[in-house]
Each structure stands twice: as C-alpha cells, then as structure tokens.
Design a protein around this ligand. Structure first.
Ligand SMILES: *Cc1c(COP(=O)(O)O)cnc(C)c1O
Length: 391
C-alpha cells in the first residue's frame, strides 16, 4: 500500500545524531570497546532527594491527571526560581510546565509561528529548532557563524536578517552544540534589536547553571521590562539536575503567550507526569549541593579535552565556557564532518556527532559528559586517527 505521509513529516530531516548513536550501540553490543562522545546528557545520576520526592509521590498515590500546565506548587517554585536567581517577576500563570525543555520549545514555536513567518536561528544550532519551525509551517532563517567569532552572531547579522515577516529569534546561551556563552553585553545588544523591531525572543537557557572559567550567564529578559515582554524563557530539569529521562521542562512567557501555549498543551500532551512534577519541586526548592561538584568535574574534563584537541595536528578548538560540549574545527584534515565521524567510529571506535547535524560541516561535536578516563582514551584514539590523515 502507498501509505500517506504528510508533507510536514516527510520533509523532516532524519536525526544524524541518532544514526551515529545507534551504530555506536550496535558496535558495543558486538563487544567492541567504543568510547562515546555523543551523549547530550549528563553522566551523573539524579540527586537522591529528588528521586525520593518522586518515589514518595508515587507511594502516596499522586498518580492522576494534574492541571495541564503543571501543579500550582511547581509553577510557584519555578516563579520563585526566576525571582531568586534571575531577578525576574512572573506570576505562576505565566509559567507552563511541560514534558521537557524540547517540548517547551516546540510549544512556543507552535503557539507563535505560522505559514509566512520567519524564525531567525544562529548556526551552529540545536538540531531540533529548524525542524520545529518547519513543523509549524514557518521558515527558518539561518545565520551562520564560525569559530573565528566563538560562534556568536553579531548585531549587524541580526539586523540584516530582519524582514517584516520576522516573528521569532532563537537564542541559546550557553549553547548546544558549541558551548559558547555570550557575554551580558552581547546578549543585551541582540535583545535591544528584537525589542526595537517587535520580534519575540525564545531564550533557551537550559544550560544556565553550567558555566566555567568565570563566564557569566545573563538572560535577555533581565535587561528591562521591555526585554522581558519580548522574551519567552525555555528551561528544564534535564541538565543541571540530570533528569533527562524524567521528561520535565518549563517556560516563562508574557501572559497572552502563556495562555496560547497552555491551550496547545491541553490538547496535545496534557500534563507532564504527575509524580515527576513532585521531583521538580524538590529539585528547585531543595538542596543544590550537587552542583559545585558536577561543575568542578566538568571543568576538569573540559580543560583536559580542550588542550588535547588543540594539540592535535589539523584540529583547532574554540574556547567554550558553558554546557558540556566542545566543537572542534576539523576542516584542515580534509574531511567533512560525516566522513570524519564515520571513520572515527568504524576505524577507532570513537563516537562523535558530525557538525552537519547542527548546520556546520567543518566541525564535530564532542560531549564531555563522560569520565575523564574515557576522555583520555577517546582523544588518544582520535589523535592517532588525525595523525594518520595528515601523514
Ligand atoms: C537538552 C536540551 C534541551 C531540553 O532537553 P529536554 O530533555 O527536553 O528537557 C533544550 N535545549 C537544548 C539546547 C538542549 O541541549
């Protein structure tokens, strides 16, 4: 039978990340000693007090539908977090809890963008943004950047991309895949342009807490009430609390947008998992004592990997002060990113993600959310591989 596949689904790019990941898993299953730099998630376990809170909720029978935008207690805890950590006032009604930061991004785009609208996305980008924009029927407008500017878009680039159809600008700092952290001044300059031109900003701040070397994260909404009015902050529990599998995220938005997103969510997923939400309350209101240790460990791995990469012939790696990724330039090896990564995996059993998945074919993405021992082993193999290309 000729199965009907809707255009919106048929036009989606299949995920290269997943292809590499499944190949690596298959090789592992065959008994090969694969070193994985592909993971987009922390290698630490969820802190115990968060697990305990969810387990207690489950034991207490907290297993029914909740309001689709989340339980009041969690929406309040999120509003408190924005006040405490970011100096931003939101009413709980402006906060929507979702089934992950990714789900929040999707709902923002679905609720604000449609046919004829343009969404401005700096590249390298998180690979789901352009696909979500296409699913909403809108058009992604990609602004390329390189390691020469630490992968930062300039105000001039943003200004030049604006048209009467510009609806949304997507900002992700600290960045996946590059690890770039914009300075507060750079964020403000981009935010000013959006405010002046009436363009909304979706600020994906899921890596807010993962910064190193004295880098400072400052969200675009914090610069003035006008900036806040133009911004939707997307956030979640996946990264700073290592809760990727829980599927729990959140956003804060101007009231009319929050309402629209609430409607979208109420007709699609309904509420995020009830007992996971109780874990979210514990994550925000409980101890953050796990974080300094995680940050110290990430920082140690990052400086080791950054030095090792820059010591390899033909490889240069820009500084990256956030998230848990490095995004080295491989163009001088003569290979494009897909061939580089498939040969690295097949010949040296090291899994990395080709930059082409993020709109940047001269780079690869390495996640250092894995042990230092793995990083040492994997980068030693990569060095051999690169040397063989140069020789
Ligand atoms: C991990 C991630 C998210 C959210 O992930 P969830 O697991 O859906 O919470 C959002 N944006 C970026 C850039 C990410 O890397």
């Amino acid at each position: 039978m000729n199965y009907p596949i809707a255009r919106r689904a048929a036009s989606l790019s299949p995920s290269l990340t997943l292809a590499i990941d499944s190949k690596a898993k298959q090789m592992k299953a065959e008994g090969l000693d694969v070193v994985g730099f592909g993971a987009g998630e922390p290698d630490f376990d969820t802190p115990q007090h968060i697990k305990d809170a969810a387990a207690k909720a489950l034991a207490d029978g907290f297993t029914k539908y909740t309001p689709s935008s989340g339980i009041p207690e969690l929406r309040q805890a999120i509003a408190d977090k924005f006040q405490r950590e970011n100096g931003l006032s939101y009413k709980p009604s402006q906060v929507i809890v979702s089934c992950g930061g990714k789900h929040s991004c999707y709902n923002v785009i679905l609720a604000t963008c449609q046919e004829g609208d343009e969404v401005i996305i700096p590249a390298p980008y998180w690979l789901s943004y352009p696909e979500m924009v296409k699913l909403a029927g809108a058009t992604p407008v990609i602004l390329p950047t390189t390691d020469q500017t630490e992968f930062k878009v300039t105000p001039e680039q943003l200004l030049a991309a604006l048209t009467p159809r510009s609806r949304l600008f997507i900002l992700n700092s600290p960045s996946n895949p590059t690890g770039t952290v914009y300075t507060p001044e750079e964020i403000k300059a981009l935010g000013d342009i959006c405010v002046d031109h009436g363009v909304l900003i979706m600020s994906d701040e899921i890596y807010e807490h993962l910064v190193y070397d004295g880098a400072v994260h400052r969200g675009v909404a914090t610069f003035s009430p006008k900036h806040q009015e133009h911004t939707i902050i997307v956030h979640g529990f996946a990264k700073a609390w290592s809760m990727t599998g829980w599927r729990l995220g959140f956003l804060a938005a101007p009231e009319p947008i929050a309402k629209a997103i609430d409607a979208v969510q109420s007709h699609s997923t309904s509420n995020p998992t009830s007992f996971a939400q109780k874990g979210g309350v514990a994550a925000l209101n409980g101890s953050q004592a796990h974080l300094p240790g995680w940050l110290a460990e990430y920082a140690r791995r990052r400086s080791f990997a950054w030095k090792a990469l820059n010591a390899m012939p033909g490889i240069t790696c820009a500084n990256a002060r956030g998230a848990f990724y490095l995004f080295p330039n491989i163009s001088r090896t003569g290979l494009k990113s897909t061939e580089f990564c498939s040969r690295l995996l097949e010949q040296h059993q090291v899994a990395a993600v080709p930059g082409i998945a993020f709109g940047a074919d001269d780079y690869i993405r390495l996640s250092y959310a894995t042990s230092l021992a793995n990083i040492e082993k994997g980068l030693a193999r990569m060095e051999k591989f690169v040397a063989s290309l140069n020789g």
